[in-house]
Design a protein around this ligand. Structure first.
Ligand code: PLP
Length: 398
């Protein structure tokens, strides 16, 4: 179809819109949909249902008439509940006036980037990384500067803080930190977060801290190291979070940011003009989730820890797999000897076994040669997937 000037409408869109990359994860998803028996380990979600008490709270809120416009930054009881969550989880008071409720963790990130980046600014991003952050930065005209994480079997995936700092230029406006990280599970220590914060404070650089996997740490601590206890209310740090992962609410689209207090009016506007806030009855359900969901989080944490053990033990039994148990999140990012085309490997694996994984190339060129498996799924699904995956890996040759 062509438009008025004889050009297809798509061609007349701004370059930054035309250039946005398609998600390679969705390409695998599309192929997996054609197979009803596929084991879907490509997505970043658990297959557990949202807990019933959260569903009930949403239904009740709808019946009570919570179906109308509310303040764009979120209803006060939810912002208060999120403040209470920070106090009890991080032993850190975070006042509700620093909190804004967003349409999932994704809008938390995209509005954060809109708020702090000018076209032409650079944002430093450790890679491999969840691709949405790269494309969201490009959509606002910024330039992502990619710094490779290191891998070895003994230490797993690690973000090199000194390499991040060495990548700083006069155009650097922000550094993106996703810890624990998707897809590698790399998790920064508190000392590393401090080092980064000190450096960014002295240079006026923003830190965008995506902490959506912060409760998915595989040691005994209550949470992975977080910026929350380290930052002052006016530090140039924005911490983004979501209800999606901890509370099994990916489809509900509710998240939040903790931002400097003085940005409050900016967040009013960003949310007013970005989405006019999150669905009202979802916000009421989110209060129930955050106030009464600690037991669910504890169960989820122990389940993914067990799942991590199961999948790592299974793959470690193959001499052809290259991997290390991830420090956090619910992904195993592994490689297979000779693997160069992860997209093709994903298709071949799916066709031969019904196991659907995300190709590493979906997480940037630095992820090529690797595969991402989400072990947040139920144990029977994971065990079946492992039983099919390991013989395939053993037998596979480039
Ligand atoms: N940040 C990271 C690192 C993620 O992996 C995801 C989802 O997979 C998000 C943010 C977005 O979360 P949400 O589904 O709440 O938008």
């Amino acid at each position: 179809m062509t438009g008025l000037l004889g050009l297809p409408a798509f061609d007349s869109l701004p370059r930054r819109i035309r250039d946005a990359a398609d998600s390679q994860i969705l390409q695998v998803a599309a192929r997996a949909l054609a197979r009803p028996d596929a084991l879907r380990l490509y997505a970043g979600e658990s297959d557990l249902p949202t807990p019933e008490f959260i569903v009930a709270a949403a239904a009740q809120a709808m019946r009570e008439g919570h179906t109308r416009y509310v303040l764009s930054r979120g209803i006060e009881p939810l912002r208060d509940a999120i403040a209470r969550y920070h106090l009890r989880t991080y032993d850190t008071p975070v006042q509700a006036d620093r909190i804004s409720v967003t349409v999932g963790g994704m809008q938390a990130l995209s509005l954060t980037l809109q708020a702090i980046l000018e076209p032409g600014d650079q944002i430093i991003v450790p890679v491999p990384v969840w691709p949405n952050i790269i494309e969201a930065a490009r959509l606002v005209g910024a330039e992502p500067v990619l710094v490779r994480e290191a891998f070895d079997e003994a230490c797993g995936w690690q973000v090199d803080i000194e390499a991040l700092l060495a990548a700083v230029t006069p155009r650097t406006r922000a550094i993106f930190i996703n810890s624990p990280g998707n897809p590698t599970g790399a998790t920064l220590t508190l000392a590393q977060l401090r080092r980064l914060l000190d450096h960014c404070r002295s240079r006026g650089i923003w830190i965008v801290a995506d902490e959506v996997y912060n409760r998915m740490n595989h040691d005994d601590a209550r949470h992975a190291p977080s910026f929350i206890p380290l930052i002052d209310p006016e530090d140039r740090v924005i911490v983004t979070n979501t209800f999606s992962k901890n509370w099994s609410m990916t489809g509900w689209r509710c998240g939040w940011v903790v931002a400097p207090r003085s940005m409050g009016p900016a967040w009013d506007n960003l949310l007013q003009y970005g989405s006019t806030g999150v669905t009202t009855f979802v916000q009421h359900a989110a209060i129930a989730a955050i106030d009464h969901g600690d037991e669910h989080i504890a169960r989820m944490r122990s389940q993914i820890r067990e799942a991590r053990q199961v999948i790592c033990d299974a793959l470690a039994s193959s001499p052809r797999a290259r991997m290390a148990p991830p420090a956090g999140a619910f992904y195993l990012f592994f490689s297979v000897q000779g693997l160069r085309d992860s997209r093709q490997f994903a298709f071949d694996l799916l066709d031969a076994t019904g196991v659907a994984l995300a190709p590493g190339s979906a997480f940037g060129p630095q992820g090529e040669g690797w595969m991402r498996l989400c072990f947040g799924v139920s144990m029977p699904t994971l065990r079946t997937a492992a039983q099919r995956l390991v013989p395939f890996v053993d037998a596979w040759r480039p």
